[in-house]
Every structure is written in C-alpha cells, then in structure tokens.
Design a binder for this molecule. Structure first.
Ligand code: AKG
Ligand code: FE2
Length: 206
C-alpha cells in the first residue's frame, strides 16, 4: 500500500507546559485508525450537533465509549450503544500518552470529529471529563487544519499550529483546561480521507 510518510521519522514539538505535539506519531497504522473511524461511524453515524444556542455545528461527530453516554445526557448523541474502545484504539492512545509523559492514561472513550471544507470548532475547554488529571489525546487524520491553542482564559492569546495527517496533540497537567479550537478547514483532497479531516480525541471521561 502507498506510504504517505515515506521515511519521515516522528518528532516532538512542545506546545505549553503539559502539552506537546507528537508530529507524525501515526505512521503505517493510519489505515488501521481510519478503518476504526469507519467502523464506529458504521455503527453510530456522524451527526451535526445542535449547540445549546440552537446552532447546527459545522463539524459532524460520532464516538464510542463512556463519553458517548456523557454526551447523550444532553440529548445530542444517541446512547443506544456504548461499546468499549477496540484494542487497536486503546493501545494507540496509551502509546501516545506515554510518549507525551502521561504513563497512567487509560481512556474509556473517544469522540470523532469530521471536518469538511469550512468546518471549524470555536475556542472551548474540554471539561466534561470527571478526572481532569487525565490528559486529552487528539489525533489528526487527513486534510491539514490550523489548531488554536490558548490559555486558561478565552481571551488569552492563542498559538496557531498546523496539524497534519498523523500528528497527535496531547494536553494535560497545567494545560488541561486550556482553550483550543480549529480554524475553518481549507478545501483539498487527501489520499486516505478524501475531502475531510478526521480528529479522534481519546478521553478518560468517567
Ligand atoms: O479537531 C481537533 O483537533 C480538536 C477537537 C476538539 O477540540 C474536541 O473535540 O474537543
Ligand atoms: Fe476540545
């Protein structure tokens, strides 16, 4: 099969205290991860959530595991199934967390975002998880996107980080509640994912 990365070795870029970008951490396993996304979506199709303010989100979402249930409480996602994470996903997330300095991370869920052209995610904090000592492990597949990573206040200045296929961002510790978001996706076609960017966030939600 075509190897998108050729001989590019992974490397790390520190982002903030407790936060790091693991560049190209996904290597030949990108097809497997993408297959996992498709498996989850086959069971639990992508939907566009409606925000509390009544707006339809441009990003389409699905997921698996306990966070499914958490999101289900506010009526956005079905909680008809909450299958555990597959061994492939669990092993990947743990390996990324270890690489980033979080050896005790055991996620119980993943949320998957699908970005089409112009889809974006406004600045927000991930704070629905019960144990905020656990990091977020966030995987990018497909088209590139600009990730905004700020501070503990919405008004704090943000860094702009281009996330490309195979990059993983891990944030925890002092950065766990930092505001973050995604700028509108530029058009393109990726060899694996076509006109989309997929993002998988692994979380310990319960
Ligand atoms: O798409 C991304 O890289 C970030 C997604 C995100 O922040 C979230 O799902 O909470
Ligand atoms: Fe987030």
């Amino acid at each position: 099969m075509f190897d998108f990365f050729q001989d590019e070795e992974p490397w790390q870029e520190p982002l903030a205290s407790g936060a790091v970008v693991l560049r190209r951490f996904v290597q030949g396993d990108d097809h497997d991860l993408y297959q996992e996304v498709n498996n989850i979506a086959a069971q639990n199709p992508f939907i566009h959530r409606i925000t509390p303010g009544g707006f339809r989100m441009s990003v389409a979402m699905t997921g698996r595991g306990a966070a499914q249930w958490l999101s289900g409480r506010d009526g956005y996602l079905s909680n008809s199934e909450s299958l555990p994470l597959s061994d492939t996903l669990l092993a990947f997330a743990k390996r990324a967390a270890i690489e980033a300095g979080y050896p005790d991370f055991i996620p119980d869920s993943c949320l998957i975002n699908r970005y089409a052209v112009d889809s974006k995610m406004t600045l927000h904090q991930d704070k629905n998880e019960r144990d905020l000592r656990q990091p977020i492990v966030s995987v990018s597949l497909g088209l590139p996107a600009v990730f905004l990573f700020g501070g503990l206040l919405r008004s704090d200045k943000t860094s702009k980080v281009l996330l490309e296929h195979g990059d993983v961002v891990v944030w925890g510790g002092e950065s766990r509640l930092c505001f973050h978001g995604i700028s509108p996706l530029k058009p393109g076609i990726h060899p694996l994912t076509g006109p989309y960017r997929f993002n998988i966030t692994f979380r310990k939600a319960l």
